[in-house]
Design a binder for this molecule. Structure first.
Ligand SMILES: [Zn+2]
Length: 263
């Protein structure tokens, strides 16, 4: 079974039925993150339609300032969620620095909940890698996925020591080379991650027209395979195995553990 560990499934909108068919036909488990309460509710509804959708609750750091008066509600929902994401800090796209402390207050709520219930988190760390790690150190947190890491190379070993997983997405496709800063370091990071700590994701839907989940994930697998000098099959197999290892002891995820065991 294939696993996409970070996608925004509810964003498929008018293509949603096609996308649902696609994940069933190809047996792709979608770890579907949310970015606010509305997208979480939509994702929960979709999870009700398909056993291949694993819903995660998150409020994206870029929207922290819009949610700062709802922290109690957020904590309550987080306490009941199967996974937490997309959560974290953002210094790349957030231009208003007065939002940074609000992002930290929001992340604290999620970290408290993750610590209390041992919930797996999917972390956004764009240009706030040190800050997120600092905050993680204040909590006893075991389970996390760093989504789309392209931070300092010096920090990679430190994250590996924490046994956090790294998820790589389509931003490594060669067509992005001219747009992306630190391209060489990015590729180097992909080669540095041990076989048992890397995962693949699409951060989809992406492409215009929207690419269907299986094709999008396959493209990522092929590209990551090229960078890690192996085969796409090996990448998808290893990523699924790693994801299984990440969730296998979480009783709340028993339904998904059972599906993954079938294939
Ligand atoms: Zn995302």
């Amino acid at each position: 079974m294939l696993v996409d560990v970070h996608n925004h499934f509810s964003f498929y909108q008018e293509d949603i039925n096609r996308a649902l068919e696609d994940i069933h036909e190809n047996r792709v488990l979608m770890l579907s993150v949310s970015t606010d309460m509305l997208s979480y509710n939509e994702t929960l509804e979709l999870a009700g339609l398909s056993q291949f959708i694993l819903p995660a609750f998150g409020v994206h750091p870029m929207f922290a300032h819009e949610h700062i008066d709802q922290l109690d509600t957020i904590k309550r929902i987080a306490d009941e969620a199967l996974m937490l994401g997309e959560i974290g800090l953002d210094r790349k796209w957030t231009l208003d620095a007065s939002h940074y402390p609000l992002q930290e207050s929001l992340l604290e709520i999620f970290l408290e909940s993750a610590q209390q219930h041992d919930t797996i988190m999917i972390l956004h760390v764009a240009e706030a890698e040190f800050e997120v790690l600092d905050m993680l150190e204040q909590y006893s947190i075991r389970n996390g996925i760093i989504h789309d890491y392209y931070g300092p190379i010096d920090l990679v070993e430190k994250i590996i020591d924490k046994d956090l997983y790294f998820a790589f997405d389509g931003s490594y496709l060669k067509s992005y080379e001219s747009e992306i800063r630190g391209w060489k370091e990015r590729l180097e990071t992909v080669t540095m991650i041990p076989d048992d700590l890397f995962l693949i994701e699409t951060d989809g839907p992406s492409g215009s027209p929207r690419r269907m989940p299986h094709e999008a994930l396959q493209m990522v697998a092929e590209r990551i395979a090229e960078i890690r000098n192996t085969t796409a099959d090996e990448i998808t197999t290893q990523s699924s195995r790693n994801f299984f290892n990440l969730i296998k002891d979480d009783a709340r995820l028993s339904e998904y553990i059972a599906i993954m065991k079938q294939s």
